[in-house]
Write a protein that binds this ligand. Sequence first.
Ligand SMILES: Nc1ncnc2c1ncn2[C@@H]1O[C@H](COP(=O)(O)OP(=O)(O)OP(=O)(O)O)[C@@H](O)[C@H]1O
Ligand SMILES: CC(=O)N[C@H]1[C@@H]2OC[C@@H](O2)[C@@H](O)[C@@H]1O[C@H](C)C(=O)O
Length: 376
Amino acid sequence: MSAIPSVNLTATPRDLYIGLMTGTSLDGIDAVLVDLTDATPQLLGAQAMPLPIELRQQLMQLQAAAPDELHHACLAGNALARAYAIAVEQLLAQSSVAPAEIRAIGNHGQTVRHRPELGYTVQLGNHALLAELTGITVVGDFRSRDVAAGGQGAPLVPAFHQAIFGQTGEPCVIANVGGIANITLLDGAGGIKGFDTGPGNVLMDSWIHQHQGHSYDADGAWAASGKVLPELLAQWLQLPYFAQVPPKSTGRDLFHADWLRDQVWANAYAPVDVQATLCALTAQTLADEIARHGPGARAVYLCGGGAHNHTLREMLATRLPGVRVGTTALLGVDPDWVEAYAFAWLAWCCLNGQPGNLPNVTGAQGYRILGAIYPA
Ligand SMILES: Nc1ncnc2c1ncn2[C@@H]1O[C@H](COP(=O)(O)OP(=O)(O)OP(=O)(O)O)[C@@H](O)[C@H]1O
Ligand SMILES: CC(=O)N[C@H]1[C@@H]2OC[C@@H](O2)[C@@H](O)[C@@H]1O[C@H](C)C(=O)O
């Protein structure tokens, strides 16, 4: 009698992670579920959840000095943790995955101050409370260790971009256009550079909100109906940040509504032309830095919400003749989920004792394991 073949009914455990991102646009929570079991990571689920309006207002106020801000920051951190927990619950329900199957949540938190030159960067979000509410291990506070090591603490996505998009075989750029824009220059032979180029959508969002009441310029349609003001653009391009050599990072600390108001108050510009000029500022600063630091780039792959801004894409393509301009969808990852995906990956790095920073990008003294772990 031949032996009955044994069947292994125990499925190999998957290495599942959740990534949570609330970025400088303050538009909402991006949550992704990813499988990092092997060398071919997979995005299994994703969803965006708007931030409750009062919490968004609280967070906006915390971007600048405000009365009793420590108290309000702690309360906002708690409210964020509750909102993150809802996003996690919805993501898991939608994906039919139980919390116990998740190895960890990589939680970026909400940046309210970024002052690496003073030795600190602050991302709110009560990680301990999120671990309590979800019963899942949370890894958070990814930037502080890099800052402690003398780095900018940002951008952190270049290592992830290299890991996931590094096989294109040609020099290319991944450009994340969120509130702030950052680029990763991949030379096609393993070399990586990366830094923040300046404003992405943050000023455009603020201006259209002030003049049209919309939270953003859908597809860049309003900007497309205005004309770029060359003198105003030239004035903005004088800002020292744009001439600074990397490592460099920035945020709402530099690019905010008051800065914009100071720039335009003395002239009766048509608001629509200011919008067109702000769009050109984002495109021009991206193009200038790509030409300066990645002159051989053959393609630019956009991600972040700005990837949906057609006017911005056209302005960028015009300023980079001979360079293909598309989105990371061409590389297999939906541009809306790249950042949250990166923080799931950074949580994996932390739990596996791998460094998450690139010292030549952030300026840190060396590779560091990033993040603080709050076990389930
Ligand atoms: N259809 C669209 N057309 C034009 N712009 C859009 C569109 N959809 C989203 N955006 C822009 O993208 C922004 C959100 O982008 P994203 O979520 O990548 O930013 P973030 O993660 O908050 O910022 P950061 O990367 O700086 O932390 C919105 O505020 C808006 O300006
Ligand atoms: C301090 C901070 O939150 N910086 C963000 C912000 O948003 C874009 C740009 O500025 C980038 O430096 C960074 O985020 C991405 C995810 C990063 O660290 O790579």
